[in-house]
Design a protein around this ligand. Structure first.
Ligand code: CP
Ligand code: NVA
Length: 306
């Protein structure tokens, strides 16, 4: 049976840990210049209905390093943008390629694609979730802190796709997560409710950034207006005033706290220049780790026989 990677829901803690361990191994192998081609002769279709720098390049390079090939598909140059049904695209692509990575708006659309595809589908970001990014963030934390167990993670800002995936991860893996979000911009209540049911650590919502950041080992933020929310920009700038990762906030966190941002960052809005460029910032390692975790995911999902 094929497996997809659409959210953390369908993965156990053991499976996520094993993917993270494999990502570390693949990273080391790549640094040593070892050739590893488990996906030789295989291809990945990459559907992008939203912009991307990291996701596109890390998947394409990852596929190349694993011995396979990646195909970039944008709605403008394909029939997807002219209204070909998702279920048709799913079945046709399944006849050509060995996996699909998709970045789009609706999570339901990705789930429909996965239902009709006979090959693995990987979520490269929806309005609801961004699981590949959180895998990279977890690998970064493991590298910086030796593991995620017992850590206090803070989320400052929008209760968006990143926040939702962090909540799913905290529920599954058991670290403490406090999210500071303004009223009206809190995370998905169903995701929060599901995570509370299985969590062994604390998952807490507050409206006070200082409360979330106090004694935190990891401080995490993201843009105030995500892709697709550009028209809300002004209204959001007002709502998110004060939800900024800056020197003042860093003072209440642990001295060696790691600062994460999935990027792209808006300096002067959700994060200040001195913090993102400062000694606590782990953002470049975090961006690099997209490559390694996605290679582990593609190797696991696409490495077998068709
Ligand atoms: N963090 C992230 O997904 O970046 P891109 O939008 O550049 O892919
Ligand atoms: N929340 C952001 C993440 C970008 C990688 C967005 O959806 O635009």
């Amino acid at each position: 049976m094929k497996r997809d990677f659409l959210s953390f829901k369908e993965y156990s803690k053991e499976e996520l840990d094993s993917l993270l361990r494999r990502a570390s191994e693949l990273k080391e192998m790549q640094k040593k210049g070892m050739v590893h081609h488990p996906l030789q002769g295989k291809a990945l279709a990459m559907i992008f209905e939203k912009s991307s720098t990291r996701t596109r390049v890390s998947f394409e390079v990852g596929m190349f390093q694993l011995g396979g090939h990646a195909i970039f598909m944008s709605p403008r140059e394909t029939q997807i943008g002219r209204g070909e049904p998702v279920k048709d695209t799913a079945r046709v692509l399944s006849r050509y390629v060995d996996g699909i990575m998709i970045r789009t708006f609706s999570q339901e659309m990705v789930e429909e694609l996965a239902r009709y595809a006979t090959i693995p589908v990987i979520n490269g970001l929806t309005d609801l979730l961004h699981p590949c990014q959180i895998m990279a963030d977890l690998l970064t934390i493991i590298e910086k802190k030796g593991g995620y167990e017992g850590l206090k993670v803070a989320w400052i800002g929008d209760g968006n796709n990143m926040a939702n995936s962090w909540i799913e991860a905290a529920g599954k893996l058991g670290f403490d997560l406090t999210l500071a979000c303004p009223k009206g911009y809190t995370p998905d209540p169903e995701i929060l409710g599901d995570a509370h049911k299985i969590a062994t650590g604390k998952i807490r919502l507050t409206s006070d950034p200082m409360d979330a950041a106090r004694d935190a080992d990891v401080i995490n933020t993201d843009v105030w207006a995500s892709m697709g929310q550009e028209v809300e920009k002004e209204q959001r700038e007002k709502a998110f005033k004060g939800y900024q990762v800056n020197k003042e906030l860093m003072k209440v966190a642990k001295k060696d706290a790691s600062v994460l941002h999935c990027l792209p960052a808006h300096r002067g809005e959700e994060i200040t220049e001195d913090v993102i460029e400062g000694p606590n910032s782990a953002v470049w390692d975090q961006a690099e780790n997209r490559l390694h975790v996605q290679k582990a995911i593609m190797e696991k999902l696409m490495g077998g026989k068709k």
